[in-house]
Design a protein around this ligand. Structure first.
Ligand SMILES: *Cc1c(COP(=O)(O)O)cnc(C)c1O
Length: 425
């Protein structure tokens, strides 16, 4: 059983097998050089101290070798993305041939819909969850319009019931039944960015497939946070970014999964470029397009090596820590955060993230009755970096690699202080 005390939090830190990983990251500090309580790794993960050396290596090879770096750099640029595949595949539970790092998240979502969203006049609808991240909604709406459909008619929202926060599987099934033979694609953001609900990917996929729809997932808030077991989920595709839980720097290159059953399916439509072409003949330049088998066949351009170097640095930290250990700590840390928030016994404070640790990742979304952005500003002034979502939700996500139990304890003390000062004004 947890205890609500600083001594207890510190004792958890001492026993934490990953405690030394915090020192591998730069923790943002205030003007007095005091570390901030950074709980925003779900939005932008922190920088590993090793990143600079990885990026510098490529800058040096570029300065010394110029174009020869494609082949002769210490880490040759031509196959550079391959150096990331194995670690990335482990983190998302896929086979290496099913995973490629390329482009950015929303771009990948569009490229995947080119391959997996083939609407017909009867079957053209797309299901997303009701509070999907805006970019996902825009992407899906624009695909509907691109194919000549009315986005209002084609977009179906999987909604929580009145006065609930979580989407229920039986309601997804009902939506598929009500729109029988009309749904072409189910595209769900797992884990949900707002509530923190982690959806059961395998069940969703099997339900979607049994209704004749393709199924894809946006793992922006899943990759590096939960184990999505993508291969076993049987999803057709998934996309993610690398700058949230994957700590690879602002706007860094994204990831993409294509299930192996599609690896050599030449019937799938695809937008192509030279980087998806057979590596043996890519530089002959004149051949007809000959796709690489597997996810790599969806690549278009030669990627940003500086960005990939940052991803490589970060994935090596994940490798060293072991993703299972990260998940185990994440569950403890988030469980402790939940315990402390519940111990506030404040009727105005409500956690809208699922209570079951298997239905969430590290993020807790805290709804505060009649709160406004001022409350978030007050928290920031106390040295807490968290995330505010209108109208009344604070999202906090302790990241197992660099947050401590003491961070969590200190956050809840400061949160309590801010709540009390709010009640006194
Ligand atoms: C962060 C996030 C995005 C951002 O998309 P980019 O293309 O990387 O800018 C999209 N969707 C979801 C669900 C996200 O959480």
């Amino acid at each position: 059983m947890h205890k609500n005390s600083l001594e207890y939090a510190r004792s958890c830190d001492i026993q934490d097998p990953l405690k030394n990983f915090r020192n591998k990251f730069y923790i943002p500090a205030n003007d007095n050089d005091e570390s901030l309580i950074y709980l925003c790794g779900n939005s932008l993960g922190l920088q590993p101290k090793s990143t600079a050396a990885y990026v510098t290596q490529e800058l040096e090879d570029w300065s010394k070798l110029g174009v020869e770096g494609h082949v002769h750099a210490k880490n040759p640029w031509m196959p550079y993305h391959e150096f990331l595949t194995e670690s990335m595949a482990k983190i998302v539970g896929a086979k290496p041939s099913e995973v490629v790092m390329m482009n950015t998240l929303t771009a990948n979502l569009h490229f995947m819909m080119v391959s997996f969203y083939h609407p017909t006049p009867n079957r053209f609808k797309v299901i997303i969850e009701s509070d999907a991240f805006p970019s996902d909604k825009y992407a899906v709406e624009s695909q509907l319009q691109f194919h000549g459909f009315d986005a209002d008619k084609g977009l179906l929202l999987w909604k929580p019931r009145e006065s609930e926060h979580h989407c229920r599987m039986e309601d997804l099934e009902a939506l598929l039944e009500q729109n029988k033979d009309q749904v072409a694609l189910v595209m769900i953001g797992s884990t949900n960015y707002y509530t923190g609900q982690a959806f059961p990917l395998k069940e969703i996929t099997s339900l979607g497939h049994s209704h004749g729809a393709r199924v894809g997932f946006d793992l922006a808030h899943g990759a590096g946070n939960i184990q999505p077991n993508l291969h076993d989920s049987n999803a057709d595709f998934a996309v993610w970014c690398s700058y949230k839980y994957l700590n690879s720097g602002p706007g860094s290159i994204g990831g993409c999964f294509v299930h192996e059953r599609h690896a050599n399916n030449n019937d799938l439509k695809k937008l192509t470029g030279w980087w998806g072409h057979n590596k043996q003949t890519r530089f002959n330049m004149r051949h007809d397009f000959d796709a690489i088998s597997g996810a790599e066949g969806w690549q278009l351009s030669n990627p940003s090596i500086l960005s990939m170097a940052a991803i490589k640095a970060s994935l090596e930290v994940f490798e060293e820590a072991g993703f299972d250990n990260i998940i185990a700590k994440s569950k403890k840390l988030t469980g402790y955060l939940e315990f402390l928030l519940e111990d506030l016994n404040n009727p105005e404070v409500r956690i809208i993230t699922p209570k079951n640790p298997d239905e969430r990742g590290s993020q807790l979304s805290i709804q505060v009755k009649s709160a406004n952005k001022q409350m978030h500003t007050a928290l920031t002034n106390e040295g807490v970096i968290s995330d505010w979502r209108e109208p009344d939700v604070i999202r906090v996500a302790p990241a197992a690699l660099y947050n401590s139990f003491e961070d969590v304890f200190t956050f809840v003390s400061l949160f309590k202080k801010v709540l009390e000062s709010r009640q006194n004004t």
